[in-house]
Design a protein around this ligand. Structure first.
Ligand SMILES: [Mg+2]
Length: 103
């Protein structure tokens, strides 16, 4: 199957900088997104663009986390299956037949 541009970039980043570095960067980007959302929502400062920038950073790093999980032995089918299950869970909550929690 042909890889997408994103898949190629995420794999190249993990190859270039390694798993420990990219996991550390993921945690850093998550914190930056948290800070940007908090600044906008709770302090009335910051901008939508700042949140969107941090969101993009987190999406890029979570994409690399998917590459890392696969390199640790997880099949892409399993990774996609878990995502599908979580989307089904959300859909159930929205339809009112879930447990009422988001975890
Ligand atoms: Mg960032």
């Amino acid at each position: 199957m042909t890889k997408t541009r994103e898949e190629r970039l995420f794999e190249a980043a993990v190859d270039k900088w390694g798993v420990p570095s990219q996991v550390a960067l993921l945690l850093e980007e998550l914190a930056e997104l948290q800070a940007a959302v908090a600044r906008l929502v709770f302090r009335g400062r910051g901008t939508l663009q700042a949140v969107a920038l941090e969101l993009a950073d987190v999406q890029i790093m979570t994409g690399q986390l998917g590459v890392i999980l696969k390199r640790l032995g997880m099949e892409d089918r399993e990774l996609q299956g878990i995502r599908a299950l979580r989307l089904d869970h959300l859909e159930g909550l929205l339809r009112g037949n879930g447990k009422g929690t988001h975890d």
